[in-house]
Design a protein around this ligand. Structure first.
Ligand SMILES: [Zn+2]
Length: 153
């Protein structure tokens, strides 16, 4: 299970200094722990989306771009992508947020975005999808896709 969760109000992360659970608003660029005031690190791993409303709040409000991996547990290439995506999230903490949408668990999102094959990765900025790609690929290629979408190559 991911150490970072989310709900419709923000990312929920555990303070590395004191263990306090903190909610970081999607709009926040940096946040301090509510208890010990330590700076909370940006999300450095893919975050699982469990509900449509969380996804909508995140892409609408996020201060950073959001990279979405549409996947399903029975999909072999998706399992190959998972560790690559984790590497991308770790290397780009604070630059963009990486989330995973299990299209079996949240089929509403798969239908709304017309996901025809998985894995599909999409980049959202300012509440809008700006790029998508399909198929398994290594971390370097995922980063190149995201950088290209964000115009930062
Ligand atoms: Zn703390």
């Amino acid at each position: 299970m991911s150490a970072i969760e989310l709900d419709e109000h923000g990312l929920i992360t555990v303070c590395p200094s004191c263990g306090q659970r903190n909610r970081i608003a999607f709009t926040a660029k940096e946040t301090r722990c509510g208890r010990c005031k330590a700076a909370l690190p940006a999300a450095a791993e893919p975050v699982e989306v469990h509900h449509e409303r969380e996804f909508d709040a995140l892409v609408r409000e996020a201060a950073q771009p959001v990279v979405v991996d549409f996947w399903a547990p029975w999909c072999g290439p998706c399992r190959m992508v998972a560790p690559e995506l984790a590497r991308v999230a770790a290397a780009n903490a604070g630059r963009f947020v990486v989330v995973k949408v299990n299209t079996d668990e949240v089929p509403e999102l798969g239908e709304r975005f017309r996901i025809r094959s998985i894995p599909t990765m999409a980049v959202f900025r300012g509440g809008k999808e700006i790029a998508r790609t399909t198929g398994a690929m290594p971390a370097a290629q995922i980063e190149a896709f995201v950088s290209g979408a964000l115009g930062t190559t």
